[in-house]
Write a protein that binds this ligand. Sequence first.
Ligand code: 13P
Length: 251
Amino acid sequence: MRKPMLAGNWKMNNTRDDAIHFVLNVDSKLPTSGVDCVICAPAIILRDLVKRAEVLKIGGQNMNENDYGAYTGEISAFMLKDTKVDYVIIGHSERRAYYNETDEKINAKIKKALETELKPIVCVGENLAEREDGLTNAILELQIVKAFRGVTIDNPDNIIVAYEPIWAIGTGKSASSQEAEDACKFIRSLLAKNYGAEIADRMRILYGGSMKPSNVKELVSQPDIDGGLVGGASLDEESFIALCKACAEKK
Ligand code: 13P
């Protein structure tokens, strides 16, 4: 019912040449059905990638919530849309931690992205101390409620949630498939409270945090995990292809 998605988040990696080579090498080897394959790349090379990608879809990693103005260094939703990307990551934990992104800002960005017809990939997740204190669900609830406050969902295909436990990001230590499933299922129940079960059942929820070819099958075999948001392992061509294929085969 839900089409799986595998989105690579390249973060601040890859030059223009490296990125173009990646897309040219990978695009024809990706599954053409059963999964949406996405690369979220640095803004400066998005247009170059969009031009060369056929199967692959391209996204940004962040955007500003304002339309235009004196925001040095920032990129608006309209500017992203102008590069012809489809997706944009919003509220990644690295943005929350290093650039003071609040839930309120994230909420405004989601609204602006949807208004601009960009598909937001909204990131939520607890840190290690919160998990150890048994606060995972409380944190997820706060983040989801605040992120989605006043957000109207016309088409559930166009807004994606990524559960990314901070302690699993870049550490090599993924959440277990049960931990990831529990969190994704809980997120879906929160979305159902807001939007009703029918919409929540159609929304894709991804897992992110040290996902790689060796653990992707087990993770995406879980009923509420609709794919992955992948950092490190999305930088390697072979592993990105393997991740996309595993998601396409999700039962
Ligand atoms: P890693 O896959 O490198 O752990 O990163 C996950 C992530 O932050 C994706 O947005």
